[in-house]
Design a binder for this molecule. Structure first.
Ligand SMILES: C[S@@+](CC[C@H](N)C(=O)[O-])C[C@H]1O[C@@H](n2cnc3c(N)ncnc32)[C@H](O)[C@@H]1O
Length: 253
């Protein structure tokens, strides 16, 4: 995984799952940095799926300006967690006078400080990707996704922004009963350049790409058609929690 882009060779990125790596990185470079995409390019999607008046959780927030963008856009309560004490301390100081933003040191694999069904949305930009780069990647990803599922309200959304293509990410998401909508966004839309030629319109970004009923078997052809010749995209998986079956079973038991 490289900043703003695709996976790097595995040797350099294996440490992305480790707290010491991120503490070291943030201690040496405290400048604001957004992985993959900045808030303005994702705002149409966030507005579509994320309610403004309910608590929202950002997992692995880093020193991104994404949460600030949400507050400027009218979001009331954005809770940010990260495994790095260094970055959380810096962000706490930075946003001392912004009551809508909270920062907490926490491992996304153990969010027991939060009650079950606490958040209307969980937003993840690059954090599952980091865990997948590290050691025990599948075990860590599974623990993370269990916790994300637990802290979401029923019909809450987990929004995963990633370089990971459906062939791989959909298999990781299959353990929970998500209803998944897939969106794609041009990598060049990240706000890191001034090119407007390659930018997708808001409507393209907010139009999901159809997945088949079995979880995307038909995806590659459909997606290829949807993104045309340009496959240089980030993927956004909007995973909607459907807990109704489970609650019914619990009631019946
Ligand atoms: C690729 S960066 C993304 C940062 C930010 N979300 C963004 O979009 O710019 C991954 C972040 O996940 C954090 N992280 C890695 N493992 C974590 C874990 N187990 N729990 C919480 N945060 C973690 C890192 O400290 C880092 O800030």
């Amino acid at each position: 995984m490289t900043a703003g882009n695709a996976p790097a060779s595995s040797s350099g990125s294996q440490a992305y799952g480790e707290a010491w790596y991120w503490d070291n990185r943030y201690a040496h470079d405290s400048s604001i940095f957004d992985w993959y995409q900045k808030y303005p390019s994702l705002a149409p999607l966030i507005r579509l799926y994320v309610p403004r008046r309910q608590p929202i959780l950002i997992v692995g927030c880093g020193n991104s300006a994404f949460s600030e963008g949400m507050v400027d856009d009218g979001y009331d309560e954005v809770v940010n967690i990260d495994i790095s004490t260094v970055v959380i301390e810096a962000m706490r100081m930075k946003y001392l006078n912004c009551p809508q933003l909270k920062y907490m040191v926490m491992d996304v694999r153990d969010m027991s400080a939060f009650g079950t069904r606490s958040f209307a949305a969980v937003i993840d930009k690059g954090t599952l990707d980091s865990l997948l780069c590290g050691h025990n990647s599948h075990h860590n990803a599974a623990k993370m996704l269990e916790e994300v599922w637990r802290v979401l309200k029923d019909k809450g959304v987990y929004i995963l922004i990633t370089y990971g293509s459906p062939a791989y990410r959909l298999t990781i998401l299959k353990d929970q009963n998500w209803t998944i909508k897939l969106h794609v966004i041009d990598k060049l839309q990240s706000g890191n350049n001034n090119s407007s030629d390659s930018e997708m319109s808001n409507q393209e970004v907010t139009s999901p790409i159809p997945l088949d009923a079995n979880g995307g078997g038909a995806f590659p052809e459909t997606a290829a058609a949807a993104v045309g010749v340009n496959s240089d995209v980030h993927y956004i998986y909007v995973c909607i929690k459907d807990d109704s079956g489970k609650e019914k079973n619990e009631e019946e038991a």
